[in-house]
Ligand binder design. Structure first.
Ligand SMILES: *[C@@H]1O[C@H](CO)[C@@H](O)[C@H](O)[C@H]1NC(C)=O
Ligand SMILES: *[C@@H]1O[C@H](CO)[C@@H](O)[C@H](O)[C@H]1NC(C)=O
Length: 436
């Protein structure tokens, strides 16, 4: 009798455990499948937010000047030395590739923090799903009608979408670099990510490629845009156009009309002074250290012949660059050559002073000699050619924070500003593990 009861209970218990188990399994499977479905749905329909009503963008997202700068006069039209004006805080920085733009980003991050501005950041990685065209929905926590001050991460420019995101008074700025140098840098940094380069023979793939680019280049090939007219591509244009195609001139005109200031890497300090003038910033806002500098041994010196070939290969970018080189120097002349020379000298002096305050040894060092992981820059695939800095040990209290921020590589700074970069970081860990 007892035994029977016991057996019955046992059987019931086993049955219940089984039921529980299958329920748990079902639950887990269900959860996993639902998560996968949600993930797939999110990935496949980035326009998920757009069922909400559209709210037009505001005219300005600047704080009231009275709250921010109680001391300011209202004389913004006539800027003379000693007079003040309200700094422009609504900024679109079109971050082009391999153009010292990480250095400039660091300037923007600090400016944004100083004025408590709202950045339109990407989500989960450090670009807006480059190379696909920019969409507002890629912005972290985006909702229609929201006020963002600054957007500055890598994107493929898409004017209508950017215009629907940012206030109307936004200043559009960007930076260009001489295309032969840019091409060389891009080849070094991204070459391994472009499959058609794998079949280029020899150690000096760049030279081999430039001797007969049409033999290797595949316009349809994965990532091929990195190696032809990359600037034009970044602006959302077609990088494979022939030079005499009317769309080239149209593209350049479009950029001219849209962007208020086009800086040049070759004249970085002069560019910053023009920026200060155009946006009414302070000299303090322009202080910088060169970030993402390449180790000397990996910087190839292009021969005049290779340079000519690189320019011919990137003819559209060359035309773009020459056009904006002209407008740049017109601006410098309008600013005043003498005044520009003085301001540049002042900026260089201030930067040098900061370097002696902040940087151990006063200069950049190779990745292996960087002590803090927080100061390690992101490296190109397959090598450690990007240099970084060591923060001095006993920087005085007044400068400690500023020094740290000025030296901080982009990924770390983005993390500090609250961007979750799990895709970028996962990719970094995978590379670390397979030692790539
Ligand atoms: C603004 O500038 C004008 C001309 O330079 C001057 O007459 C006027 O007093 C200035 N106003 C203020 C508030 O400084
Ligand atoms: C840019 O313009 C300046 C001034 O006109 C000129 O001296 C320089 O050679 C130009 N640079 C290029 C790369 O065209």
């Amino acid at each position: 009798m007892h035994e029977g009861n016991l057996r019955f209970c046992w059987a019931m218990a086993v049955k219940q455990v089984r039921q529980w188990r299958s329920m748990c399994k079902g639950l887990i499977l269900g959860t996993v499948l639902t998560s996968c479905m949600i993930l797939l749905y999110c990935l496949s329909t980035p326009q998920i937010h757009f069922s909400m009503p559209e709210v037009p963008v505001p005219y300005s997202c600047a704080h009231r000047p009275s709250q921010l700068h109680p001391k300011l006069t209202t004389n913004t039209s006539q800027k003379k030395p000693g007079q003040t004006c309200a700094p422009k805080v609504d900024i679109m920085f079109m971050k082009t590739h391999k153009t010292a733009s990480s250095t400039f980003l660091n300037i923007l991050f600090r400016f944004g923090e100083k004025h408590r501005l709202k950045f339109a950041f990407p989500d989960s990685r450090n670009d807006f799903f480059y190379p696909s065209l920019f969409q507002r929905s890629q912005v972290k926590d985006y909702r229609s009608g929201m006020c963002f001050n600054i957007i500055c991460n890598h994107m493929r420019f898409n004017a209508p979408e950017v215009a629907k995101l940012l206030p109307m008074d936004t200043s559009y700025i960007t930076i260009l670099r001489e295309p032969a140098e840019l091409f060389e840098s891009s080849f070094h940094y991204f070459g391994r990510l472009v499959p058609f380069t794998w079949k280029i023979p020899g150690d000096d793939k760049l030279t081999e490629f430039l001797l007969d680019p049409h033999r290797y280049f595949d316009p349809e090939g994965f990532n091929s845009f990195y190696l032809k007219n990359l600037l034009f591509f970044d602006f959302g244009q077609d990088n494979t156009l022939e030079l005499d195609d009317p769309r080239v001139a149209e593209g350049i005109k479009f950029i001219t009309d849209r962007f208020q200031l086009i800086m040049l890497v070759e004249y970085f300090e002069e560019s910053l002074i023009l920026l200060k003038d155009a946006l009414c910033w302070d000299m303090d806002d322009l202080l910088f250290f060169k970030l993402n500098v390449r180790k000397g041994s990996t910087v190839s010196k292009l021969t005049p012949e290779l340079r000519a070939r690189a320019l011919e290969w990137n003819a559209v970018d060359w035309k773009l660059y020459q056009h904006f080189n002209q407008t740049f120097w017109k601006k410098v002349h309008a600013y005043g050559l003498q005044r520009m020379a003085e301001d540049v000298a002042e900026l260089r002096r201030r930067n040098k002073e900061m370097a002696s305050i902040c940087i151990e040894g006063g200069h950049a060092v190779e990745a292996g000699s960087i002590q803090e992981t927080d100061m390690q820059p992101w490296q190109p695939i397959g090598e450690k050619s990007i240099m970084g800095y060591n923060l001095k040990k006993n920087v005085d209290k007044a400068h400690r924070k500023l020094c740290r921020k000025m030296l901080m590589p982009e990924i770390q700074y983005l993390t500090e500003l609250g961007v979750n970069l799990w895709i970028t970081k996962l990719w970094g860990h995978v590379r670390e593990i397979i030692n790539w």
